[in-house]
Design a protein around this ligand. Structure first.
Ligand code: SF4
Ligand code: SF4
Length: 297
């Protein structure tokens, strides 16, 4: 199989062998195992949009409150594409959701916590438009689950851990990232505006929902009124809409009809804005020159 190479860092606990759904793994994790909670004491958990939605809904807070308290940003591709990871406790490395009894958000735990000790890899064959999922085993000294006497296929392990729903709502987003990474410099560095839109549509779900249901957005795009109503009440719909919106913004794939004259109106608004900024800058230079003249007189 000719495929994009997965990123496995040197000295990594990730086994380089690629596994499929049919592969049997030897693993079991349960309350009472000698290493219970060890894996959550030094976290490196990247979050998907759906992970954020589940966690912030569980906590009953907005993304405005969730993002600064429970996440920190990182760069996904060396070209400024923003990602977010779970932030550990202040001054430490353990997960903020860890308690002595285990994970306090277990039913809503993120995708990578569900997959552990498997790493999920998205790969795309050369000349193929779609990606494929593959898996790699992560073997860390602290994890004793590998010595348990249970064999299970990855297919059944995914079922047991409830991965299907998480993958369903993250697939479009993963494909975007894969496409951006495999396009490399050919689509160039994204503008600051595109990166901000990527961040908002991917992670700042509440803000993105306000944005896409605003009158200004509706005046730019021809959206089905039924979809607009759904977007007002259903944030999973907002997440999936975000993936399509980003396809259009990042790769110019036409996912939604722009209203006639919307581009011109936008260009006019941008021109007016930059004229306003130019005038304001000119005034402040003139004020500064006048003040200097006054000081010298
Ligand atoms: S969210 Fe739960 S399972 Fe995941 S690292 Fe935190 S405590 Fe562990
Ligand atoms: S078996 Fe592995 S995954 Fe389970 S608690 Fe122990 S370290 Fe964590």
């Amino acid at each position: 199989m000719s495929a994009a190479k997965p990123e496995i860092p040197l000295q990594s606990p990730v086994s380089p062998e690629m596994l499929t759904e049919d592969t049997k793994i030897k693993f079991r994790c349960y309350k009472g195992i000698s290493c219970f909670n060890a894996c959550c004491k030094n976290i490196d958990v990247q979050l998907t949009p759906y992970d954020i939605y589940r966690l912030k809904t569980r906590l009953g807070i907005t993304t405005d409150d969730f993002l600064p308290k429970y996440t920190y940003p990182f760069e996904m591709d060396g070209q400024g594409l923003p990602g977010v990871k779970l932030a550990p406790v202040e001054g430490g490395t353990a997960c903020q959701f860890l308690t002595e009894q285990g994970c306090s958000v277990y039913e809503d735990r993120p995708t990578s916590c569900r997959y552990y000790p498997l790493g999920l890899l998205s790969l795309r064959k050369k000349d193929s438009a779609t990606d494929e999922q593959a898996y790699a085993m992560v073997v860390e000294d602290h994890c004793k689950g590998h010595f348990e006497d249970r064999e299970i296929t990855i297919r059944d392990y995914r079922k047991e851990q409830g991965c299907d729903e998480y993958d369903k709502y993250s697939r479009g987003w993963r494909q975007l990232i894969l496409k951006k990474k495999s396009a490399g410099p050919t689509i160039g560095k994204l503008s600051d505006m595109s990166l901000q839109l990527f961040f908002m549509a991917s992670y700042h779900i509440d803000q993105f929902q306000k944005f896409v249901t605003s009158e200004q957005f509706q005046s730019n795009y021809n959206l089905d009124p039924e979809l607009v109503e759904k977007l007002k009440t259903d944030q999973v719909e907002v997440i999936e809409f975000g993936h399509k919106f980003l396809k259009q913004i990042l790769f110019g794939e036409k996912m939604f009809e722009e209203k006639e004259g919307a581009q011109e109106a936008r260009a006019k608004r941008m021109k007016e804005k930059s004229e306003m900024i130019r005038k304001a800058a000119q005034h402040s230079v003139e004020d500064f020159a006048k003040k200097q003249d006054g000081d010298q007189a």
